[in-house]
Design a protein around this ligand. Structure first.
Ligand code: SAJ
Length: 422
């Protein structure tokens, strides 16, 4: 079977590789010529464990090819970005363009699947009118479904296989064909529904997480005021069999959890009260983190301090800094004229707005080290060594991710976000 994947980003590329590994002839399409050239040379433009080896394997086997334009296929998968606009509404330009691009290549009996996360009704109201241009009868001659990706960056291959999958077709045959297709590599269960429900399911999964994290962040802010360690309280509460509170932090980043709730809010703004409040609460966390940094500076009477920011990516152990709270924190520090330097062991991209230095350069003469991302490697740092570089020995851990006792033993003043116990 021939399969064409539109969009070769974090989802489209691994998905192309998975199908290529499982007996399909896959053609990957991206509008970015540079991406096409790199991938054709088996070079990656994104970081993900296992991706390099997997890419080499399928390209060498001739199972995966790349180009800027689609080819005739049996199945078309659209996996393009769906960002938000300044007005916090879905920008569906890429979904539209990706669908338009396949129109000339779609023939009777083909299956078209949208994987991108979109506001409910997008398949019916945006994609289908474009696919009408094929001249095919959409209910009988073309099969269409939404099958949202649900994988987490850093564990994409594992989750592509193991996670349950939601498939929502515009009719039963579309759902059934889509299920058969994904069964080629999905070991989890595949649950069938209609297209609009599938869109809703995907968006509410991430909204659930956003609302839960906002709750945790609110608890952190309250704890800062009332002499409690929110992390400890949340951990203990979660021993209850029906409680699952998420973790506080310096904000919610990435292109999913910080975005998808707006897809719901935009449809019914007057009804989406909790959703909007949660989004704003999480968006306020970078400013809150900087307020805490400012307090630490004042409490320690630091004059013209330098802050060493550790962690730029939006979460631990990935190289992705889209919508990262660290970027917003840098803006707030700029506005407050607080000097800072940035270090992230996972970011190799030189286009960042602030030069990313080596660790020793960043902690050299710094007054406060602030951990903004829970990279595993931070746990391996020797506080005694770090101390030798720094001017003052203050560490502010916004992710509760290093060993408090070890840093205290080394003579650090250890401060944790959402913890007034220290
Ligand atoms: N975060 C917290 N506290 C937490 C958990 C996360 O502050 O308890 C922050 C992280 O630091 C990060 C942000 O939230 O800045 C999002 O990170 P994440 O790991 O929760 O999620 P993503 O954006 O990497 O991936 C999510 C996943 N969705 C769910 O877990 C419901 C993934 O399965 C989806 O495929 C992905 O969104 C997507 O593409 O929609």
């Amino acid at each position: 079977e021939k399969l064409c994947v539109i969009g070769l980003g974090y989802i489209g590329l691994p998905t192309s590789i998975m199908f290529a590994k499982h007996g399909f002839q896959v053609h990957g399409v991206d509008v970015n010529q540079q991406v096409i050239e790199k991938l054709t040379n088996k070079e990656l433009h994104i970081e993900e464990p296992g991706l390099q080896e997997a890419l080499e394997e399928v390209v060498d086997a001739g199972k995966l090819t790349f180009a800027k334009t689609p080819v005739e296929s049996d199945v078309f998968i659209v996996a393009v970005p769906s960002p938000i606009t300044e007005e916090k509404t879905a920008n569906l330009d890429y979904v539209r363009a990706g669908t338009e691009a396949i129109v000339p290549f779609v023939k009777k009996g083909d299956l078209v699947i949208l994987e991108s996360t979109v506001p409910p009704r997008t398949v019916e109201d945006v994609m289908m009118p474009i696919l009408e241009k094929t001249g095919l009868n959409l209910n009988e001659e073309l099969y269409i479904a939404h099958s949202p990706e649900r994988v987490i960056p850093g564990k994409i291959f594992q989750e592509l296989e193991e996670n349950d999958r939601i498939v929502g077709g515009i009719n039963e045959k579309s759902s059934e064909l889509t299920k058969q297709l994904y069964k080629s590599f999905v070991k989890g269960d595949i649950h069938l529904t209609d297209a609009t429900t599938a869109e809703m399911v995907k968006v509410i999964e991430n909204t659930y997480r956003d609302v839960n994290i906002a709750f945790a962040n609110e608890l952190a802010k309250i704890s800062d005021k009332i002499g409690v360690n929110a992390w400890e309280a949340i951990k203990l509460a979660n021993y209850h069999p029906r409680v699952n509170i998420h973790q506080p932090g310096p904000g919610v980043g990435g292109h999913c959890i910080a975005v998808d709730p707006w897809f719901l809010a935009e449809l019914q703004p007057d009804l989406a009260n909790m959703i909007t409040l949660a989004r704003n609460t999480n968006d306020g966390m970078p400013a809150y983190t900087v307020e805490r940094i400012q307090q630490i500076i004042e409490e320690h009477n630091l004059v013209q301090p330098t802050v060493a920011l550790l962690g730029l990516s939006f979460k631990g152990n990935v190289d992705d800094m889209r919508e990262s709270p660290s970027l917003t924190i840098m803006e707030h520090l700029n506005r407050k004229n607080i000097d800072y330097k940035v270090f992230d062991p996972h970011i190799k991209d030189v286009r960042v707005p602030h030069q990313v230095l080596q660790l020793d350069e960043v902690i050299q003469d710094a007054d406060i080290a602030v951990i903004l991302t829970d990279h595993k490697v931070f746990q391996t740092y020797d506080p005694n060594e770090v101390k030798q570089f720094m001017k003052e020995s203050i560490i502010f851990d916004t992710k509760n991710c290093i060993d408090e006792a070890a840093w205290r033993d080394a003579g650090f003043n250890y401060i944790r976000l959402g913890d007034a116990k220290n």
